[in-house]
Design a protein around this ligand. Structure first.
Ligand code: GLC
Ligand code: CA
Length: 566
């Protein structure tokens, strides 16, 4: 290697969903003051970066992913002064702070959109995407991600505007150079203020093809101009600044595209969030149409991305975020039981499942993203009534599905498995107060079925059965081991239905290679000889280090990292 690897190849990112993290002012909604008071919890894990989901001024139609002022903090979360205080504290803890950047769309309450609606000829009109009606209808058949047409009628201008998400989230027109200037200026302000980078919301949606717009084909993502936009953004915002982190959220991105986006020579992004592995259990009609968990497919998918980005570019690694169900419930013992048709106890082998999944993820090559609550093994919300849900996507889908004749119980069952609210229940800090230390009052969303059984306090007191402690060990291992950071990845036993095994190795062999073995089943597993023979010293395991005679088998949901004897 000629050049040292970029700093983020050794980094671990922790995502905070602020409204569910900690309430500092007693209104039941998490905020910046609450987060600042709880920073030790994040810093003690050893993570390098905090990614903060949106805290900008917003009507909260999509929990802050609808921004009405990009340069101010929403009063719900605090003030710019409180933000600055938080930033100082994050830096004092030796971590970086990455902001969410939501510039595929703004809020319909943003002054830009309010100005754009004034007339067809006012300068800001072209900052959004408008079309005349075609035969009195929407210009094409595009559907919005959260239900309904992607076009809404604006009586003032007599035109439709495009919104890929809710009608309160009009899409910005990236063909307009003045709009792009305004976005770059805003981004520079945040970086000048001291933030360390951006997680870019659905950034591959920003380049839309006017011809595709006209003919109705769904070619709204990944138009070639996306690369021009990102290169321009790089030049206007990131060039010459040190030690930033940029990650683009890209539903539908392919490995081939990801190489282009993250090739350092192209000056676009450091890494992207791809969606392939979190789409494997989606059915043919929608994400609410659940397919059982299939380990062979999951292993193959992640391995494909490891290989695809081995020479050029960089992976981000995640199993969950604020849009996904909890990993323990989705890929853990409960999910495997459900896939085999057994009644699943949501807490069955919870410690083992959470730590196994973390081990496997953190031992891949890439930058791991840890979502709040997963470091203590939180489970899905377990909501059973529609009035427990808050998420606009869940509520819209439920209304539509029941309207089309789906039995209410079936629709609730689908939400219980898939709703984004599964990841949005409050952080359960303790079991001493009614809102689990999250707030003094009733939280904006229920605590979920995990509370009071699963809390930060109880997990941290659990000694060698603490999910948090296990994450701490995994993060320290990445910091210590160049093999973990940049070693080559090779999947072993790809077709095995319950074993997840792979190796990591450095060409120059300056450090021993590693072999990772994990048993995703509720029975004891004897390892295939070809794998067992490789196992050297055990570096780390979620059930401790086995006696040498026991190393050839794995307990239910046991995961271990060994030195590789090759
Ligand atoms: C991204 C966000 C999601 C949001 C959507 C629209 O996918 O992660 O929470 O609803 O974009 O901004
Ligand atoms: Ca609050």
């Amino acid at each position: 290697m000629d050049e040292p690897e970029p700093w983020w190849t050794g980094a671990v990112v922790y995502q905070v969903y602020p409204r569910s993290f900690a309430d500092g002012n007693g209104d039941g909604i998490g905020d910046l003051a609450g987060l600042r008071r709880r920073l030790d919890h994040i810093a003690d894990l050893g993570v390098d970066v905090v990614w903060l989901s949106p805290v900008y001024r917003s009507p909260q139609a999509d929990n802050g992913y609808d921004i009405s002022d990009y340069e101010d903090i929403d009063p719900l979360f605090g003030t710019l002064d409180e933000f600055d205080a938080l930033l100082v504290e994050v830096h004092r803890h030796g971590m970086k702070l990455v902001m969410d950047l939501v510039v595929n769309h703004s809020s319909d309450q943003h002054p830009w959109f309010q100005a754009a609606k004034l007339s067809r000829t006012c300068p800001k009109h072209d900052w959004y995407i408008w079309r005349d009606p075609v035969d009195g209808h929407e210009p094409n058949e595009w559907r919005a991600a959260f239900g309904g047409p992607a076009w809404s009628w604006d009586p003032g201008t007599g035109q439709y505007y495009l919104h890929m998400f809710t009608p309160q989230q009009p899409d910005l027109n990236w063909d307009n150079a003045d709009m792009r200037d305004a976005v770059y200026t805003m981004m520079n302000h945040w970086l000048d203020r001291g933030v360390d980078g951006f997680r870019m919301d659905v950034i591959n949606h920003i380049a839309k093809d006017p011809a595709a717009l006209a003919d109705g084909s769904a070619a709204y993502v990944m138009q070639p101009r996306i690369h021009d936009h990102l290169q321009e953004m790089h030049e206007r915002v990131f060039a010459g600044r040190d030690a930033l982190l940029t990650v683009g959220e890209m539903p539908g991105v392919t490995v081939e595209d990801a190489v282009l986006f993250t090739d350092p020579e192209r000056h676009e992004l450091d890494m992207v969030f791809q969606f392939e592995h979190v789409g494997l259990d989606h059915g043919p009609t929608s994400k609410f149409d659940n397919e059982p968990f299939d380990l062979v497919a999951l292993k193959a998918s992640l391995a494909r991305w490891q290989t695809g980005l081995a020479d050029t570019g960089w992976n981000s690694l995640y199993l969950a975020n604020h849009d996904q169900p909890r990993p323990v419930s989705r890929f853990g013992a409960a999910a495997v039981a459900a896939a085999h048709g057994f009644r699943a106890d949501p807490f069955d082998l919870r410690y083992e499942s959470a730590t196994l999944l973390a081990t496997v993820l953190h031992l891949h090559r890439g930058t791991p993203y840890l979502y709040q609550g997963d470091e203590i093994g939180m489970v899905n919300a377990g909501f059973t009534a529609i009035d427990e849900y808050r998420d606009v996507e869940s509520l819209n889908w439920f209304r539509g599905a029941v309207g089309r004749g789906m039995p209410v119980d079936d629709a609730l069952q689908a939400l219980a498995v898939r709703s984004r609210d599964n990841a949005r229940t409050p952080m359960p800090w303790d079991d001493a107060t009614p809102a689990g230390g999250f707030s003094d009052v009733e939280p904006w969303i229920g605590m979920g079925q995990g509370w009071p059984r699963v809390t930060v306090a109880s997990d941290r007191a659990a000694g060698d059965r603490s999910v948090y402690e296990h994450h701490r060990r995994l993060i320290a291992l990445r910091h210590d081991s160049r093999t973990v950071r940049v070693g080559d990845f090779t999947l072993l036993e790809a077709d095995h239905a319950a074993l997840w095994a792979f190796t990591r190795s450095l060409e120059d062999a300056a450090e021993p290679g590693l072999v990772v073995v994990a048993n995703l089943s509720s029975s004891r597993m004897t390892l295939p000889d070809a794998v067992a023979e490789r196992l050297g010293r055990c570096v780390l395991g979620n059930l401790g280090v086995p006696a040498p005679d026991d190393a050839r088998s794995l307990q239910p949901w046991e995961a271990r990292v060994h030195e590789d004897l090759g």
